[in-house]
Ligand binder design. Structure first.
Ligand code: ZN
Length: 384
């Protein structure tokens, strides 16, 4: 295998170009970053190629057509991706530094938490305040988050002398590689809790159930997440709490359905009312709320004479308030009900009406299969 080809560099490439090319390939194929076995094989090949081309003597030997290796050198194995990057960048890769990153803090921020909350449609639309029971980690009151038994404190780790890490030195084809690894004795903390708090086992936090008052804003919908800052899990060592997210699930309503910020409902009216016209008072979605002003609890639906079944009426601004302002519409579909169970007198009156309208033997009409908005409007005006 041609090492120039493997690294994708020309025969007269300088050291910097070769180094750059190898760095790029190492990032791509190193087993630490690419678990594919084919990548592992590739990594060995490019490391081998780099070994030749980065060494002037081996490179010259290769260029002359000779074997640059007396025996062979298991290149690219036994060094982590970080080791190689450290060798290139003086230890700055992957956030680690040769100077050390110091001990791992015992106090860290906690995780975010998520709970689900079922609410009614009216509550989602107009907002609600709810009490929530939440179960999260809180700071241990016995040790105030320190994790130590009363009267004791964490002691400095003797193995790393408090540094939290220990140096490992390895010889490699890139020279001597010095890496810092977390100290095994103190798990990188630099300190050891010899006498842990009995209530939290040294973690500095315990699980606790508490009640929270949550204000759900108007306009939320299923899937909306309400964020409560710092009400999530307290971190290890009594660190700052993560956030709590309340995910909303809106229950199906008996009569109103929601599409975006619009509300839809269907009102059934008798055939006579549809023919003669009338005004009907109906309950709004707000009527579900405990404290609703009388004028908000109902809406008036005007039924024009000759209203057809399926006619829609839009009441502007009577829908759901938007989370970012504005308010949707209330769209009412009218369903005309044909009377059933006629008594003899009613039947007689209807027969008389049919006679008067010349409808004793109605013709019936096939409607066009596809009707646009204008077709429906025309029908409504013509009273068909
Ligand atoms: Zn404790």
């Amino acid at each position: 295998m041609d090492p120039y080809e493997l690294l994708g560099v020309s025969r007269d490439a300088d050291d910097a170009t070769i180094k750059k090319a190898y760095r790029k390939l190492a990032r791509e194929y190193h087993p630490d970053v690419n678990p594919d076995p084919a990548a592992q094989e590739r990594f060995k090949e490019v490391s081998h190629a780099y070994e030749i081309l980065s060494d002037p003597q081996k490179r010259a030997a290769y260029d002359r057509g000779g074997d640059p290796f007396g025996g062979g050198f298991g290149a690219g194995q036994g060094f982590s991706f970080t080791d190689i990057m450290d060798a290139f960048f003086g230890g700055a890769a992957q956030g680690g530094t040769a100077a050390g990153r110091g001990p791992r803090p015992r106090v860290r921020r906690g995780q975010d938490a998520l709970i689900r909350l079922d609410i009614e449609l009216a509550e989602a639309a107009f907002g609600v305040t709810r009490e929530l029971k939440v179960d999260t980690a809180v700071t241990c009151e016995t040790c105030h988050g320190e994790g130590t038994a009363p009267g004791s404190h964490p002691i400095t780790c003797e193995t790393c002398r408090g540094a939290g890490e220990v140096a490992h030195v390895q010889r490699s084809f890139l020279g001597e590689i010095r890496t810092l690894r977390p100290c095994a004795a103190c798990r990188g903390f630099g300190t050891i809790i010899a006498d842990p708090c009995r209530d939290c086992g040294g973690d500095g936090r315990v699980r606790s159930r508490r009640t929270l008052t949550v204000k759900i804003p108007a306009g939320v919908d299923t899937g909306t997440r309400v964020q409560l800052a710092e009400q999530g899990e307290v971190g290890p060592g009594g660190g700052p709490a993560g956030d709590l997210y309340v995910e909303i699930n809106v229950a199906r309503h008996e009569t109103f359905t929601r599409h975006g910020n619009d509300l839809h409902c269907t009102v059934t009216i008798p055939m006579t009312a549809a023919a003669l016209g009338t005004t009907i008072t109906l309950p709004t979605l707000e009527a579900d709320l405990p404290d609703v002003a009388p004028q908000d609890a109902t809406f008036e639906l005007e039924v024009r004479p000759g209203t057809q079944s399926g006619t829609e009426q839009t009441l502007r601004g009577r829908g759901v308030p938007g989370l970012r302002g504005g308010r949707g519409d209330l769209i009412v579909t009218i369903a005309v009900e044909t009377p059933t169970k006629l008594d003899p007198a009613q039947e007689e009156l209807l027969r008389q009406l049919a006679t008067l309208r010349g409808e004793e033997q109605p013709e019936g009409q096939l409607r066009a299969a596809v009707r646009g908005v204008f077709g429906r409007f025309r029908d409504a005006f013509n009273g068909r």
